[in-house]
Write a protein that binds this ligand. Structure first.
Ligand SMILES: C[S@@+](CC[C@H](N)C(=O)[O-])C[C@H]1O[C@@H](n2cnc3c(N)ncnc32)[C@H](O)[C@@H]1O
Length: 220
């Protein structure tokens, strides 16, 4: 599958489901997810309030808004104009741009933080090294990455969600594999947390959150 193929499939899917997705995952400060809030709080503290933070694959901007409420200088980027329309409506005053996180038009070392909250789950596994190399490139030395994804091996296919005539695979990944790929891209993994499956949250598999840092250059 070419980049154009899977990016078009992903954009088409999220354009179709955008309003229903936003209703299902409201921007209410991640209610019912105290561990996520705690980890995001740790991440916000590591990043600090000085540098810019990119929420890549921001969707309807629920996390972008939450990060801004913690004092971060955050903007969002997403493939889907449908998602971005909601993000702009729900987060007036924040900046949201259309684009692919696989082709970031950002200067080298220009960010203090990169966030990919369940947005790498549609990137084929053979494109992950390139994705993580791009995250590493745009982060300044000492900058931090926050990466969330469903843990596991087999993908889950979502067919006709909310009755829309679209379908897409949601990949699940092993945290140790993702940590290895981050290390190969030049990151130092700071933490890896796996939250168990939670039926009350309609999450049938464990959820993983990794925090990684682009190391500062060693002093000679
Ligand atoms: C499961 S949603 C998560 C959205 C948001 N981060 C959240 O937690 O609500 C995945 C999002 O990633 C976006 N996405 C997937 N691949 C992308 C890419 N290569 N570049 C930009 N956005 C992408 C999709 O358009 C979609 O909005």
């Amino acid at each position: 599958m070419t980049d154009a193929d899977f990016l078009t499939a992903t954009r088409t899917f999220y354009d179709a489901v955008a309003e229903d997705y936003a209703d299902h995952f409201p921007g209410d400060g991640l209610a019912g997810r105290p561990l996520d809030r705690a980890l995001i709080g740790v991440y916000a503290e590591l990043v600090g309030r000085e540098g810019a933070v990119a929420d890549l694959g921001c969707g309807p901007g629920r996390l972008t808004g939450y990060l801004a409420s913690l004092g971060l200088r955050v903007f969002g980027l997403d493939l889907s104009e449908g998602m971005l329309a909601i993000a702009r409506r729900e987060n007036p005053g924040l900046r949201f741009e259309q684009g692919s996180m696989l082709e970031l038009g950002l200067a080298d070392g220009s960010l203090a933080g990169v966030v990919s909250w369940y947005s790498s789950i549609h990137t084929p596994v053979d494109r992950l090294p390139s994705l993580f190399a791009g995250f590493h490139r745009v982060l300044a030395p000492g900058g931090h990455l926050l990466l969330a994804f469903q843990a596991g091996d087999a993908p889950r296919r979502h067919d006709r969600p909310w009755g829309h005539p679209v379908s897409l695979d949601f990949q699940r990944r092993r945290p140790e594999h993702m940590a290895d790929l981050l290390t190969e891209a030049g990151f130092a993994v700071v933490s890896r947390t796996v939250r168990e499956a939670d039926e009350a949250l309609a999450e049938p598999v464990p959820q993983a959150v990794l925090i990684a840092r682009r190391p500062r250059k060693a002093t000679p």
